[in-house]
Design a protein around this ligand. Structure first.
Ligand SMILES: [Zn+2]
Length: 345
């Protein structure tokens, strides 16, 4: 609760200072984690999946938003497409226990792909041993990017490699696993024995704010948790219908004055059942397309929506085009993003 309390005060009460902000009942044996990726969270990288805290066949995550998949043992920080990357860095000081660096970067899209990486799901990765029985593991690094070797002593923030999509990766990301004495720990909950109580709390469906009493993260956890409840990761314009896999590979082309179609698209992650994705596209001569979006029939880890129009004359009029995407939950807009695009002039 301390953290939530601090967040509320943070706007006006600078006088509180850092001591109170970060005071937490941590024991000396706790691991302190920095982010494993160098990027701007919420701008060019996003948290796609969190640790599954349900030991059975269901999925549950620390926020109770089920932003993960069954058996997921880490936190996934993604970049937008396979053309993008970012440095992967050590979250805490320690000694490198092992590395792998020779697996190709290939998106897993089929069952065959999945079998291809069986027993090597981590892909190219680094395992670091820390004091107190703690261990961190960094997965799916870009082939040939691993910058450390077994036995190396590394500092927090030291480069380990680059974000890639080797192993069991359907999108480019770094997966961070945290273990203590071999047991998975959700870094937001701080210890493996916190998973059970949090799961029970989620299953009760309580509407009270959740507390994070002993997260392992060094700084504020709110920005790292923000994507769990659903977010817009990208929006833009294309010259035709847009497919998720094309976006994953950065293969979408921008329209020009002669394009057969003009489309506004949006990519979202961690959507809930019942969510709607509303789109509106305006051009120099008025509204081109507008869609309320249908309520989703179930949760969606990733989702692409688009709206647009075919060319009805010889060219698209010169001028500014805007596309706005709204994520609507329970009748309220909880996220919104606008993209602009110019033809001619
Ligand atoms: Zn993962």
């Amino acid at each position: 609760m301390l953290r939530r309390f601090c967040l509320v005060l943070a706007g006006g009460a600078v006088v509180l200072g850092a001591d109170l902000m970060w005071a937490k009942p941590s024991s000396a044996a706790d691991l302190e984690l920095g982010l494993p990726i160098v990027c701007k969270l919420g701008e060019d990288c996003f948290v796609q999946n969190y640790v599954d805290i349900d030991p059975g066949n269901e999925v549950q995550t620390a926020t109770c938003f089920r932003a993960g998949y069954d058996g997921h043992k880490g936190t996934d920080f993604r970049v937008l497409d396979t053309g993008e990357t970012a440095d992967v860095v050590a979250s805490a000081p320690g000694i490198v226990r092992g590395v792998r660096d020779e697996m190709p970067d290939r998106l897993v899209v089929s069952e065959q792909d999945r079998q291809r990486v069986a027993d090597k799901e981590c892909g190219n990765g680094v395992v670091i041993a820390h004091a107190g029985g703690w261990e961190t593991q960094y997965c799916h690094l870009r082939q040939g990017s691993v910058a450390v070797a077994g036995g190396d002593r590394v500092e927090r923030g030291q480069k380990l490699g680059e974000v890639g999509f080797s192993g069991f990766a359907a999108f480019p990301h770094v997966h961070l696993s945290v273990r203590k004495d071999g047991k998975t720990v959700d870094p937001f909950l701080g210890s493996s024995d916190q998973a059970g109580p949090r799961l029970a709390r989620c299953n009760e469906g309580t509407s009270e704010a959740l507390s994070y009493d002993r997260p392992l993260w060094q700084g504020e956890i709110e920005p790292i948790l923000a994507d769990a409840e659903g977010t817009i990761i990208q929006s833009g314009f294309a010259d035709g219908p847009v497919k998720s896999l094309d976006l994953e590979q950065g293969l979408v082309s921008q329209p020009d004055s002669r394009s057969a179609a003009l489309v506004f698209f949006a990519r979202l992650i961690n959507l809930q059942e019942g969510d709607r994705v509303a789109l509106k596209v305006d051009g120099p001569e008025g509204t081109l397309a507008e869609s309320e979006g249908k309520p989703l029939d179930r949760q969606k880890a990733q989702w692409v929506s688009f709206a647009g129009r075919k060319l009805r004359s010889s060219a698209w009029p010169d001028g500014d085009y805007t596309g706005t995407v709204s994520l609507v939950r329970n009748g309220e807009i909880i996220r919104q993003k606008t993209s602009r695009f110019t033809i001619g002039g």
